[in-house]
Design a protein around this ligand. Sequence first.
Ligand SMILES: C[S@@+](CC[C@H](N)C(=O)[O-])C[C@H]1O[C@@H](n2cnc3c(N)ncnc32)[C@H](O)[C@@H]1O
Length: 301
Amino acid sequence: MIEQGRGTKEWQVVELLKTTTAFFVQKQVDEARISAELLLASVLGLDRLGLYLNHNRPVYPGELEAFRALCRQRLEGKPVQYITGEQFFYGLPFFVDKRVLIPRPETELLVEHALEFLGHVSAADVSEAALHLLDIGTGSGCIAVTLASRLPCLMVTAIDISTEALVVARNNAERHGVADRIRFLHADLFSLPDERGLSAPFDVIVSNPPYIAEDEWAGLQPEVRLFEPQLALTTRDGIECYHAVAEVAPSLLKSGGMLCFESHADAALKVAGIMERWGFSSVAVMKDYSGLDRVVSGKIG
Ligand SMILES: C[S@@+](CC[C@H](N)C(=O)[O-])C[C@H]1O[C@@H](n2cnc3c(N)ncnc32)[C@H](O)[C@@H]1O
């Protein structure tokens, strides 16, 4: 494909995209067109709209060389986001690499729900005191950073068991100018520090914990299994994080505070049952954009 023109052919954006997409399709690369677009956009320093606005722009030899190198990585199955180092989440760009899970669009629903709840709390509170949120398993920081950047009165504690993920999350907080309102803590959700160590109480606790059972790991798509951190995805039985967080959350939340989980679609009702067992009320399950049960929330007190 793009090899054949090496050194001789002059490429323009539009035809390079067309040729690369066809080649990716032939090689059974997932999301062939969007992969080609994101890789080329990254090399040219444009966004996808910019590509369309510049569709007749020539692609110079150095750029072509760089693009070919990225395409080779994609052909090996590497997710586009780890190649370009970026994933958009709730309209914001996040730096990502193999140290963190690539933020998924479903998780935006959890952010939406937390924003709605925090909006009501701050509207009802005339004291203008800060709101406090705990993010358990922060990964890239996509949830914590997005919420902090949306709500200037929000103070966040974000924990993760992976020190490498915390480095990425802190970078993202700095990138979006909210690092002074997020405290990053290295902690295990199965043995959380006491209330004082966490600066409880919180208005909201959010968590998108690992929720795939270890014995399902081998059956995951290679793009996930070979490139994303297993620590972010699996636990022994896929459900134990929910038990651990729901057990401790009541002692960390203010009265009327909310716990909000992302869950596997098949486990959402089970998660709702766990929350009820630990004393949460108004437990609700929300569907994602594909109509699958995805977010489970409940209130305490
Ligand atoms: C599914 S990822 C979610 C990442 C990010 N919050 C998101 O929504 O994209 C789960 C995160 O939990 C972290 N994690 C796994 N086990 C943990 C534990 N025992 N304690 C704290 N964090 C843990 C992983 O390192 C990973 O960053």
